[in-house]
Design a protein around this ligand. Structure first.
Ligand code: ZN
Length: 111
């Protein structure tokens, strides 16, 4: 079992997070920061290309998070709550993203 890549962190990396080499705690911190940043980004509108990148991000990390949640790595009750909260962040980001695309479609002049 390899240790978390964050300096000073001694928590173990679950099988689901081997690619990112992060413990569950640091993965959730990282994911939450990314979701918050992308939500801010969608508030001011996104390009089609960026929309696709964020969609890919949501799919990959939704899958990864579900593996963390159900992959057999034991989670404390507090950690379970944080995992659920992170699913909510992904769902909300997805909604914000779709709204941003709808707004952009309305602003575009009809051809
Ligand atoms: Zn860590």
């Amino acid at each position: 079992m390899s240790p978390c890549q964050v300096e000073g962190c001694k928590l173990e990396v679950p099988a689901a997070l081997v690619d990112s080499a992060l413990c569950v705690h640091h993965y959730l911190v990282w994911l939450d920061g990314n979701c918050a940043g992308m939500r801010r980004e969608t508030a001011s509108g996104v390009s089609t290309e960026r929309h696709d990148q964020i969609t890919t991000f949501l799919r990959e990390h939704g899958e990864r998070l579900s593996h963390v949640a159900t992959g057999g790595h034991r989670l404390s009750d507090d950690m379970k709550a944080r995992v659920l909260n992170e699913f909510l962040s992904l769902i909300n980001l997805r909604e914000n993203l779709e709204r941003a695309m709808e707004r952009a479609a309305k602003l575009r002049p009809a051809t």
